[in-house]
Design a protein around this ligand. Sequence first.
Ligand code: API
Length: 279
Amino acid sequence: MRLRFTKMHGLGNDFVVLDGVRQRIALDAALIRRLADRRFGIGCDQVLLVEPPRLPGTDFHYRIFNANGSEVEQCGNGARCFARFVRDQGLSTQDEILVSTAAGVIRLYLEEDDQVRVNMGIPTFEPAKIPFLADAPALTHALEVAGQTLHLSALSLGNPHAVILVEDIDTAPVAELGPLLERHPRFPKRVNVGFMQVISLDAVRLRVYERGVGETLACGSGACAAAVSGQRLGLLGPSVRVSLPGGDLRIEWQGEGRPVWMSGPAERVFVGEIEIAEE
Ligand SMILES: N[C@H](CCC[C@H](N)C(=O)O)C(=O)O
């Protein structure tokens, strides 16, 4: 069977986007891993599946799969590419698109200058969503990792994030600490790990070791998690430029109980077809 796909990226965080509205697609973890494989498949950090709406008042459903085949609740860079995809494919003519995900409903806005703005929902510090915070939602928590005591913040944007403050992201031990934290027992659903260097009240540099992938060139939900954590620590204001290795995102948050807004680009790279085994 031939499966049509579109290759896209948000600041180098790259995706295979599948139209599940006009083609019937049965995805399983093995097929996801094959599509994501940079040698034996197409290659991407995540596979995004566009599906017909499941909730009244929404325009689409959005499923997200990490390269390791795990299905997850949220993908910020992917949401921007989702909006660009449905417009380019003629699946929608709207500038505002309401999409249900495993984490709830997100609202996407296509803007003139090829930017996409996303209401990423309200960050939560509830232990039910981020069990790490079961011992009271303090602002930072000490955690022993590889003989070091790390001080990290933790929160959920639908998907789980830990954020560590570092002096310089260029020398941050991302490759060493990322995998150890990603699968630390205190994060039973594993976790995305952000290493944040605060530059000023409205600018940070960030690297993210993503759950189910490894370090990516950018992480939209990770940028939101970093900006929210920094604001709660009194280090950042309500509007932050987050500079990731792949480029910059603008993140805005008006405080507890309010949604986080993310603005940034979404690019299409190529379209193609891949042979997959019949069902
Ligand atoms: N690795 C993430 C999903 C993708 C998030 C990232 N690509 C983004 O732009 O938010 C997780 O397992 O929760």
